[in-house]
Ligand binder design. Sequence first.
Ligand code: HEC
Ligand code: HEC
Ligand code: HEC
Ligand code: HEC
Ligand code: HEC
Length: 361
Amino acid sequence: MNLRALAGLGLLVAFAGALLVVSRSGEPDPQGPGTTSVGDSASAALDRFTGPDSCLPCHADVVSEWRASMHAQAFLDPQVRAPSQSNNFQKTECLPCHAPAPLFDHGILEGTRVLARGERRADGIDCLSCHRTGEGMAASRTGLTGACRPVYREELSTHRMCAACHDQHNTHEEWLVSPAAGAGDDCISCHMQRVARTDTEVGAPRSGRSHRFLGGRDRDFALAGLALTHELRQPSGDAGDRVLAVTLENRFAGHNLPTDSRNRALDLVVTLFDAHGLALPATVPLVAPGETEGTARRRFRNPYRSSGNPSTQLPAGESSRLEVPLPSSARRARIELLYKLQPFITDGEAHWSLTEDVVLP
Ligand code: HEC
Ligand code: HEC
Ligand code: HEC
Ligand code: HEC
Ligand code: HEC
């Protein structure tokens, strides 16, 4: 080490000492414990914010919502780690969106894309991924002060925050042309519901935004966005069969149903029963894996590219009608909507289901 470097080191030590004295003897800090002292550079002040645990003292509700979300699972999710998928992230091209570095460094700005981070990957998509900027935590409001140095960033409250990753499976593209986008509803309006922030959070009581990020796997959330109806049609005159027409409508109209990963399948199944309660078989044999039960069925899904099959997702705002001719022996019908986390599993293994029984006159 040369003399000049040594002198520099001495200065640094002296400076640090001076800072210590100032913060020990100065006025009580107006922002409460844990705030940064005058003289710290923004980046040094932010270094203590190492992950979600470091937000806990002041943003407990947000942290617990986030912990229950799929964003917190993105790196640990067994579906993502499966040998046929990222193979425990040996496929490093899977890291950027599942364990991302701060988006405000890479991902939001024109011409940049999300990059992987090297540390704390188990935290998945965490607070720092979405909020950390060079100056402080990206905030949705102006004029805030706090230990985490909230700085207003206009991009935070827009779909651009989500598009950075959620176009892997076209969700953002689907949304751009959807009726919801036309009406001014974006990803945040639907997926970050308003919640009350009370005394467990810093700041005055106010309305915040849920960090649970509910999606299709939450039955209530998904069902609130769609409509399943049926209608019994008698033939006119004596020609033709009676028909049970079942309609599924993508009413939330924000993007395709289901959107996202090709693993997802939504199955509509109609099973007819005779007077003895025996299920009537399908007139056309149902042979595809995971699609073998019931009398008639329709699958909504974005298939694997390699299959060459077209997408059968239900576009935003549209409906799909399944018409089931009723043989004279049919006495009862069961209508089921099954949400599957993987396409090739049985109906019994569905993540959630909605069932309606119809008596056929
Ligand atoms: C010592 C307390 C403290 C800690 C720890 C802390 N913050 Fe903050 N944070 C605040 C205060 C105070 C505000 C301003 C709140 C207000 O005035 O309503 C704030 C505001 C924010 C905002 C802006 C809120 C808005 O309405 O847009 C974000 C985002 C934020 N913090 C993120 C974080 C993250 C992420 C962490 C952890 C990495 C963190 N904070 C750690 C005290 C803290
Ligand atoms: C450009 C961002 C991006 C990259 C890169 C990426 N993913 Fe994802 N992945 C997502 C998003 C966003 C979701 C959640 C919503 C969706 O499926 O679109 C997701 C979801 C998944 C799911 C579904 C998890 C579940 O619970 O069903 C699997 C499996 C998955 N990814 C595997 C991978 C694999 C394997 C790779 C690497 C070959 C990879 N991803 C790379 C963005 C990405
Ligand atoms: C850094 C990449 C990234 C960003 C940014 C991001 N997501 Fe995600 N999101 C993912 C991944 C990856 C998953 C899937 C994790 C898994 O299933 O293992 C996911 C899951 C979800 C889910 C849960 C889906 C389910 O199956 O339950 C919703 C909803 C969601 N994201 C919405 C959003 C919204 C809204 C935004 C913008 C405010 C956003 N995401 C920003 C990568 C991202
Ligand atoms: C996928 C991206 C994403 C992740 C991960 C994320 N946030 Fe946020 N957060 C947002 C967005 C977007 C908003 C602004 C919503 C709006 O427009 O009001 C926000 C708003 C906030 C707010 C102000 C609104 C409120 O509800 O009080 C706080 C505080 C906050 N985040 C803290 C955190 C903390 C702490 C974590 C980690 C536990 C975290 N965020 C993780 C995207 C994210
Ligand atoms: C008008 C409301 C609305 C808008 C706008 C919207 N979504 Fe959704 N989203 C939903 C509903 C309802 C579901 C549940 C039904 C489903 O699975 O498709 C859902 C499901 C999802 C899922 C999970 C799909 C699954 O199968 O688990 C992801 C991921 C998602 N949305 C991301 C986004 C992103 C990213 C945007 C913005 C580009 C967005 N959404 C815009 C309402 C909306």
